[in-house]
Design a protein around this ligand. Sequence first.
Ligand code: 4AD
Ligand code: MG
Length: 481
Amino acid sequence: MKTILIKDILVSNPDGHTVEIHGWVRTKRDSKNLVFLQINDGSCFASIQATYDRDLDNPNKNDIENQLKRITTGASVKATGKLIPSPASGQAVEVQLEKIEVFGEAPADSYPLQKKGHSVEFLREIAHLRPRTNMIGAAARMRSQMAFAIHSFFNEHGFQYFNAPLITASDCEGAGEMFQVTTLDLDKIAELGIKAGAKGMDPAKAANLVDYSKDFFGKKASLTVSGQLEAETYATALSRVYTFGPTFRAENSNTPRHLAEFWMIEPEMAFYELDDNMDLAEEFVKYLLNWALTNCREDLNFFEQRVQKGLIETLTHVANSDFARVPYTEAVKQLEENNDKFEFKAYWGCDLQTEHERYLTEVLYKRPVMVYDYPKEIKAFYMKENPDGKTVRAVDVLVPGIGELIGGSEREADYDKLMNRITELGMDPKDYWWYLELRKFGTVPHSGFGMGFERLLRYVTGIENIRDVIPYPRAPKQCEF
Ligand code: 4AD
Ligand code: MG
């Protein structure tokens, strides 16, 4: 079956040539002599109208009437007819229906999307059908476009696409928020534990019943929280690489900003210091916003009208503004002056809360802010220490409406310093031997950052909850599909 997409038919010449439309009926309106069908195939936001005029001669009349009876919202059809200029406003062309075939009905009494205006919460419960709605369809196209833009940006900047492993034995962020991957039989181990307990065995010994040497990988393994450590190994060979893939975090955060499975983009660059890193992050964000404004206009117009008023103006403004760059110490001073406005009071050494981040970017600077040089205690082990001994060369990019969009740093390139930090934090250097060797053999200054793909999508669509910009959200107690 060779099909032409509705997005292409909508821009072809309405000179009366015959077209075949394949798609799902969004609405059917039947007035005396005229039947109007809005048909959508998801290739673009707009539907195409097929009009059946009962007054026109048509040898298929009976057949058409029979098929039309079967059609309700959600039915899948093939509609054939002449493409003509549309007399109706808001659409350039329409199809004068001559023949229609129903592939599958969508019974009105059971099809969940029969009526419009469902809540986003309800739509999450029917995640397998929600891409047929305006909002989730538009979000899915934006997601695809943004992925393409990301590859395009890095390709234009001399980066190689690098695929980090998803199963790993090291905890990149050191936050202990990893999902364990195991083939050990947990039920059996629990049973053995109970038996051991019953025999009066001490709990420490019982804990040793879990013998990881017998596990699939012969050691404890987990799903990765970040591809950064592995990306560094390729950046110190290919100069510029980026990852773009799923990452997993078992943090128990039930918020509109967090997912247990999210996609991350992580560029890693040899011979880049923190300033170069910040330049790249700023250029990257602006490139993506410009891409959305140029290539996703129809979907953006929908988000502007139905999801977030002012979205297009905000994105245009940010794409054209210089991001502020503020050291953490200065940012905290400014926040402290406004502590009466916060639930969590800011102080030097605190991890910035979303309310602080948003205050900085929305109220104080009114544009994206890059906060850098954070206290080392609140950042990961791999970040390069500043000469003050207290802060590290970290940067977070904060954007209005979202808070943290990007987190990154210059990496510690000195073997001894990195080793000290690893041991200081009680981590086992043996687990990081290969990472440490990068500092032993041909070490270079290098930097990188990570952008949460779904955070970006929340930003460019205005969609409030992160669970609505990924097809099948994974969050605490949510794994239905
Ligand atoms: O700040 P994070 O934890 O940084 C890293 O993982 C570094 N290894 C990145 C690097 O330097 N290569 O995470 C990076 C970004 C955050 O800024 C945020 O946008 C997103 O990942 N992120 C999440 N997105 C959705 N759900 C979660 N649970 C997220 N955790 C982080
Ligand atoms: Mg972070």
